[in-house]
Design a binder for this molecule. Structure first.
Ligand SMILES: Nc1c(O)cccc1[N+](=O)[O-]
Length: 234
């Protein structure tokens, strides 16, 4: 299966980065195909306007619905198709999780709609919900200037789970937040040299005693999780 990824943005250049590294390899291997689109290509005025003042007043500008609707018609089509997954990265979305990434890694078409300004006219999202499977997703409770960076993060989390992407798929199963894994943060990692700037690798890790090493790692994970993410152990 080849996953098609489309990105709608007024800054499509953000997605040039998808040509490098492992993601670039996935494109070369035919696992994914990537299309970035400039929303302004669906405007018709001299200034290629995509925003206007908010109805009801308030600060900032809101993205007009017309360019989005015409872009949807041109990129996705005018017939409803629930197999197309349309993602709006937004601070008001549901938290994006590894299980969501797992689910999205099995779909054939994903369209990212990257808002800017104060956001997108809500009718765009309402319209999309009548046509496709829509996900309003949040990466976290902080303010970004738009949805592009979030779209890249979601892309990386999803694409790396596509069968054939990772050389050793078994390694995915052991990662933090993977399905079936206990919800614990990963233990501290070390490699050579054993001594570095007066700090040594914990002796147990050099003991060759696998049982003790596993016990040490679990204890470290429990301590770290309890300290930093007690919510994971609820
Ligand atoms: N936080 C935020 C934002 O401020 C703008 C777009 C997307 C997100 N997000 O996905 O978390």
């Amino acid at each position: 299966m080849t996953m098609r990824l489309d990105y709608l943005s007024i800054f499509p250049g953000y997605f040039d980065v998808l040509d490098i590294s492992l993601l670039g390899k996935a494109v070369d291997n035919g696992l994914v195909e990537v299309h970035a689109h400039d929303l302004r290509d669906w405007t018709h005025d001299r200034h290629r306007t995509v925003d206007d003042t908010p109805c009801g007043g308030g600060a900032g500008m809101v993205m007009k619905p017309d360019p989005w609707g015409e872009a949807f018609d041109g990129i996705i089509g005018i017939e409803p198709d629930p197999s197309v997954h349309v993602i709006f990265p937004t601070p008001s979305g549901i938290p994006f999780t590894q299980s969501a990434a797992q689910e999205l890694s099995t779909v054939e078409r994903v369209v990212f709609c990257c808002g800017r300004y104060e956001g997108i006219d809500h009718r765009v999202i309402d319209y999309a919900r009548t046509m496709w499977t829509v996900h309003e997703l949040s990466l976290g409770d902080y303010v970004l200037n738009g949805g592009e960076v979030a779209a890249l993060a979601i892309t990386e989390a999803v694409v790396r789970l596509i069968p054939g992407f990772m050389g050793n798929p078994e390694s995915l199963a052991e990662e933090s937040f993977s399905p079936g894994q206990e919800r614990l943060l990963e233990y501290p990692l070390f490699t050579r040299p054993v001594s570095w700037r007066g700090m040594d690798v914990p002796e147990v890790l050099m003991s060759g005693h696998h049982g003790r090493i596993a016990e040490w790692r679990r204890e470290e994970s429990l301590l770290l999780t309890r300290d930093r993410r007690p919510d994971l152990t609820d």
